[in-house]
Design a protein around this ligand. Structure first.
Ligand SMILES: [Zn+2]
Length: 115
């Protein structure tokens, strides 16, 4: 599964950056729409991947970047969660573009001392 291998590579990256002390409670990533990832299935794969790791119990927050739609007829651009939409000027097939980025945005650490 596509999402599973992505979740694995994110977990590897997080393990590399996470400090030795403290528990990772959430990991935030930013994903371009061109990746075609389903955030909910990525979050499910995350839970499966981290189950037996030091990251167990952490939450994956997926920030999905929208498509940018550019209309060749009237020149306007806007963002959309789906690639195929008609323009308000009547153009049925404006051009969708999106990025394919996959970035680790932040890691939130919980200090275990305050138990
Ligand atoms: Zn238009």
């Amino acid at each position: 599964m596509h999402e599973f291998s992505i979740a694995e590579s994110i977990a590897t990256q997080v393990c590399r950056y996470a400090p030795a002390t403290g528990r990772v409670c959430s990991v935030e990533i930013r994903v371009g729409a061109l990746r075609g990832l389903e955030p909910s299935s990525l979050e499910m794969c995350w839970q499966a991947v981290i189950h037996d790791s030091p990251l167990a119990g952490s939450e994956l927050l997926v920030d999905l970047l929208p498509w940018t739609i550019a209309c060749p007829a009237c020149g306007q651009t806007w963002t959309s969660p789906v690639p195929f939409v008609a323009c308000s000027c009547g153009e049925p097939r404006p051009n969708p573009t999106a990025s394919d980025e996959l970035d680790l945005v932040s890691i939130t650490i919980e200090d275990e001392m305050e138990a």
